[in-house]
Design a protein around this ligand. Structure first.
Ligand code: GDP
Length: 534
């Protein structure tokens, strides 16, 4: 028990969220640099041309310069075991990101100092807010011209509706900040020139506000401005409140530059001090505490073919309670079966290693022969509970997808079904079309491109994608439980009648107006925007 509690106390599991280009990848890389997990940061100059940050692993990510999948990175720093879940910044992958956010205990929001709060940050922030997890803010790119720190604080408060508590404050003038004032330690940290282009840790000197000789090195105007700002924050700023921070109502805010390594170490250390250790989870049998000796975990991500050399599939689990041991037997609730967990893996980007044990907060990749689904619970054989369901996102774009070469149909079906199980897309069958073609539903356009790319690269199948004019999907049920078939629906021909992979009837419609018509003309039918039962 004591060992379990010690392991839990050490762990910090979080995601970094941001709008594309705010600096999430660079910051992740720098945290690894300071954590000693890598020795030279990649100095990502042009993300389009040479983007090989450690947390990207799929070919498509390198080619397009975006993060498609959520990677998991683990490293140790100052007695903590850190699990960072990288989330894709592109809006079309928001569903994957939402799932990742189900598996973390806190989030770091990276903001570009010049751009402030951008659209994708807003969306991701909303999901964190729904889960009431603590959110820490890192204002990045302070080496360049940007908005004034006070304006950024106000923007966070106005746009996101959350109060900010600056942990440190930049010293210098806009575009030339060269240090930070640490409000807790009441000291100043001045940074030496960055002569390694951000590849190495940056040297700095630290001195207290009482050290007159050291203070004398700072330009007097800069110093007077700093004193004014500190006074303003102390008198008019938000008060420190642990309770509000733990519920995501107050965000500790840090200033720095991931690229030139300024303020990064300070951020990392304070963050690790304040960020929550693995938290309890709700289940059908009540709250599950992390130090409950009985093991439990849930699947939050499934990914096939991470290593093209082995056509394997991994289910990523987040451990919620107890100790995980290699070859342990667990109960898989959704399949109602006892299974053995062999070949568990952990990650540092491309390097994976087989692990023997893991603790609450850790992410483990399990070899998946096709049995797991997103949101599934596995737990000690003596327990039989289920964790709360994952939110399902209604698809908004639809296309007919078929194999270009009919001889490749078997491969096509295998590939598309596997990618559906990963949760990359949703699959529907139109009665009468057999398995010649499928209707694929996604949340965003880019998912079709990923589908096309992955089917070609991983299954060697070229596909033809024909976009369909629908924007709305509704799962159909009669009030009295009778079977819904096209004939029982007035106006079924106004849309497309299809079945999902669990054989539930679904109607695809052009727009909300058609939906209104169907709803008005079929009073006995209940329309659900997500599958009615899971
Ligand atoms: P992501 O899309 O949020 O992962 O952003 P990246 O980490 O890939 O960064 C986007 C671009 O901003 C890259 O060209 C980085 O080199 C650059 N960048 C990241 N951090 C900083 C910073 O602190 N200062 C400056 N000037 N550029 C930065």
């Amino acid at each position: 028990m004591e060992q379990l509690q010690n392991e839990i106390k050490k762990r910090r599991t979080f995601a970094i969220i941001s709008h594309p280009d705010a600096g999430k990848t660079t910051l992740t890389e720098k945290l690894l640099l300071y954590g000693g997990a890598i020795h030279l940061a990649g100095s990502i100059k042009s993300r389009k041309a040479q983007r090989h940050a450690v947390s990207d692993w799929m070919e498509i990510e390198k080619q397009r310069g975006i993060s498609v999948t959520s990677s998991v990175l683990q490293f140790d720093y100052a007695g903590c075991r850190i699990n960072i879940l990288d989330t894709p910044g592109h809006q079309d992958f928001s569903e994957d990101t939402y799932r990742t956010l189900m598996a973390v205990d806190s989030a770091v929001m990276v903001i570009d100092a010049a751009k402030g709060i951008e659209t994708q940050t807003k969306k991701l922030f909303k999901v964190c807010k729904q889960r009431n997890i603590p959110i820490f803010t890192f204002v990045n790119k302070l080496d360049r011209f940007g908005k004034a720190p006070l304006d950024l604080m106000t923007e966070i408060e106005n746009v996101l509706g959350i109060r900010a508590y600056p942990m440190n404050w930049p010293i210098g003038i806009d575009g030339q900040y060269h240090g930070v004032y640490d409000r807790r330690k009441k000291h100043i940290e001045l940074f030496a020139a960055d002569d390694s282009h951000g590849q190495k840790e940056r040297a700095s000197v630290v001195f207290s506000m009482n050290d007159k000789d050291a203070i004398a090195q700072i330009d007097n105007d800069v110093y007077q401005t700093l004193l004014g700002d500190i006074d303003l924050l102390d008198t008019a700023g938000e008060e420190w409140n642990d309770e509000k921070i733990s519920h995501g109502e107050l965000t500790p805010m840090f200033f720095g530059s991931a690229m030139t390594n300024f303020g990064v170490q300070n951020f990392l250390e304070e963050y690790l001090r304040l960020a929550p250790q693995p938290q309890p989870h709700e289940s059908t049998e009540g709250i599950v505490m992390p130090d409950d000796e009985k093991f439990s975990a849930f699947v939050f991500k499934i990914q096939a073919n991470m290593n093209p050399a082995h056509h394997d599939r991994l289910a990523f689990i987040r451990i919620c309670s107890g100790k995980f041991e290699r070859n342990m037997q667990v109960f898989h609730i959704q399949e109602n079966k006892i299974i053995k967990l062999s070949q568990p893996q952990q990650f540092l980007a491309q390097d994976r290693q087989i692990i023997d044990d893991a603790y609450p907060g850790d992410i483990v990749g399990l070899f998946d022969p096709g049995i797991f689904g997103i949101g599934d619970t596995i737990c000690d054989t003596k327990n039989k509970f289920k964790f709360a369901d994952f939110p399902v996102f209604p698809p908004e774009r639809f296309a007919r997808v078929e194999a270009k070469d009919t001889m490749k149909r078997k491969q096509f079906i295998k590939g598309i079904t596997q990618l559906t199980q990963e949760g990359a897309v949703q699959l529907f069958e139109q009665p009468g079309t057999g398995m010649e073609s499928y209707i694929v539903g996604t949340v965003g356009q880019l998912q079709f491109e990923v589908l096309e790319y992955r089917l070609k690269n991983e299954y060697n199948v070229d596909i033809v994608i024909t976009m369909q004019p629908f924007e709305v999907a509704r799962w159909l049920e009669f009030n009295d439980g009778k079977e819904v078939v096209p004939e029982s629906l007035r106006g079924a021909d106004r849309g497309m009648f299809v079945y999902d992979m669990k054989n539930r009837p679904v109607l695809l419609l052009n727009n909300e107006w058609s939906l209104g018509w169907i709803s008005d003309n079929n009073p006995d039918i209940v329309l659900h925007n997500v599958p009615p039962d899971k």
